[in-house]
Design a protein around this ligand. Structure first.
Ligand code: NAD
Length: 487
């Protein structure tokens, strides 16, 4: 492997030379959602290309699986270093193709890069077990083997982190991958995969397949007998389609799907902490996050002060091109999303909600929608039943704990929940009672590379991040060794 400095110099050349996009006779455009500017034309792949990608990855995977954990870890660590070295370029790219403010893109570089570092550190602790059967007649050795060729499908909202959260554990476990990024934001994936090659990941081990026809892609690759696993992040609707396809070949399946997170503020919460936490849980990524606070429940005694505090904060949000200085909120991903925000607001107001701030899209180019607060949102409004996926804080009031828990759990989703209270017993009891995969207690940004992220109910299957995220790419096998006690 080349020494770090040479590797980094070579990586800089790739950046200067552009994104290293592969040539193709058919392309589609990637557009900056702030300006409508076309950033790049990207290869629009067909079924034949997808099959070739599977074949190439599978061939490269045999040699990769044979490498020792330390060798794989060294390559991952090198990749992490390159991601951090090129953090500013990656952040710019994320902002240009996805729209979020540069400060948030930098935070995504740190968060997304951390998955690569974390798995570089984790994979050298392979963790098999030795145990005796109860009768003493045999010893069981458990071993972990790579699950095999993994198909990774990612959404547009975190173009870096959703890719590294899947690629890093797959590579750490010894699996080759075919990754299909969202057509809206494929450039960051190409960029970091180029860095992976420079870090020493063998050619062909990571295949990037970009396409405007995801359905043909999934029908092709998930029916291919060489594929052993699918890991998907995106909507529950598409997740169900993929699970049906995966059933035919009994593929290992990890699904990170939609959310409808309740955020509960009790009377005994620290007001400033609750307002700041709710703001972060709602507004990270412009509200376009699967763990965004979707239903904000505030207890009667603190409700007025909380709504005033949150409204003041939301009203001061500076909206604009994510590349401009002093911008807190970028555009929504596309025009459909803007229309969706209007529909959500109209529906809630028709059912009795009041608008405290925001509520109207900004005219002109781009897909800008202001930070909005809706108060007195009824439980049957769209805003309370479905994922908002935008900068609308939808507030409901409640009086007692049992009642709010029933309302919070009355959904088919179970990804994230939040609770704000200064009473530790209440915090833990409420967290236990929420039927979600994760709970933020007095804080609005619970994700971390060391956390086993994932949902209950229709929010998904499996976990990403942490050692549990590595399990998703490993088969556990056991050897039963017969024992003859001769001594
Ligand atoms: P989406 O389901 O429309 O698309 C996600 C990905 O699936 C994209 O790459 C898309 O091209 C692909 N896709 C669409 N149809 C497909 C098909 N038939 N076969 C194969 N691939 C297909 O979701 P989106 O709009 O990009 O992302 C938003 C959704 O993702 C929200 O519901 C959000 O909650 C969810 N999400 C979940 C998590 C999580 O970890 N749980 C994280 C981020 C986003």
């Amino acid at each position: 492997m080349a020494p770090a400095n040479a590797v980094r110099a070579a990586a800089a050349a790739v950046v200067v030379g552009g994104l290293g996009l592969p040539a193709s006779s058919r392309t589609f455009n990637v557009v900056n959602p702030s300006t409508g500017e076309v950033i790049a034309g990207v290869a629009d792949r067909d079924a034949e290309y997808a099959s070739e990608a599977v074949a190439a990855a599978e061939a490269a995977g045999r040699q990769w699986a044979a490498r020792t954990p330390r060798q794989r870890a060294d390559v991952l660590r090198q990749w992490y270093d390159l991601i951090i070295d090129h953090g500013e370029d990656i952040a710019l790219l994320i902002t240009r193709e996805m729209g979020k403010p540069l400060a948030e893109s930098r935070a995504e570089v740190s968060y997304g890069g951390d998955f690569v570092r974390w798995y570089a550190e984790e994979v050298v602790r392979p963790g098999g077990t030795v145990r005796d059967v109860p009768a003493g007649s045999a010893t069981l050795l458990t071993r972990r083997a790579p699950v095999g060729l993994s198909v990774l499908i990612t959404p547009w909202n975190f173009p870096l982190a959703m890719a590294t959260r899947k690629i890093a554990p797959a590579l750490a476990a010894g699996c080759p991958v075919v990754i299909k990024p969202a057509a809206l934001t494929p450039l960051t994936t190409y960029y970091v995969v180029n860095l992976a090659l420079l870090a020493g990941v063998p050619a062909d081990l990571i295949q990037v397949v970009t396409t405007t026809d995801p359905s043909t892609f999934s029908q092709t690759v998930l029916r291919d007998p060489r594929v052993r696993k699918v890991s998907f992040t995106g909507s529950t609707y598409v997740g169900k389609l993929l699970l049906r396809l995966a059933a035919d070949n009994v593929l290992r399946s990890s699904m990170e799907l939609g959310g409808n997170a309740p955020l509960i503020v009790f009377d005994d919460a620290d007001l400033e902490r609750a307002v700041n936490g709710a703001y972060a849980a709602k507004m990270r990524n412009g509200g376009q996050s699967c763990i965004a606070a979707n239903r904000i429940y505030v207890q009667d005694g603190i409700a007025e002060a909380f709504v005033e505090g949150l409204t003041e904060k939301m009203a001061s949000v500076r909206l604009g091109d994510g590349l401009a200085d002093h911008v807190d909120l970028g555009p929504l991903i596309d025009k459909h999303a803007v229309t969706g925000m209007h529909q959500i607001i109209d529906d809630a107001v028709a059912r009795g909600a009041t608008i405290r701030t925001g509520g109207q899209a900004i005219a002109g180019a781009g897909n800008f929608f202001p930070a909005t607060v809706l108060d007195y949102v009824p439980a049957d409004a769209d805003a309370a039943r479905n994922e908002i996926f935008g900068p609308i804080a939808a507030i409901q009031r409640f009086s007692d704990q049992a009642e709010v828990l029933e309302r919070a759990n009355a959904t088919d989703f179970g990804l994230a929940g939040y609770v704000f209270t200064e009473n530790l017993d209440r915090a833990l009891n409420v967290a236990d009672a929420l039927d979600t995969g994760l709970v933020g207690i007095n804080q609005g940004v619970p994700s971390n590379a060391a956390a086993p992220f994932g949902g209950t109910k229709q929010s998904g299957l499996g976990r990403e991040g942490s050692s549990e995220g590595l399990d998703e790419y490993q088969e556990i096998r056991f050897y039963n060794v017969a024992r003859r006690h001769t001594i």
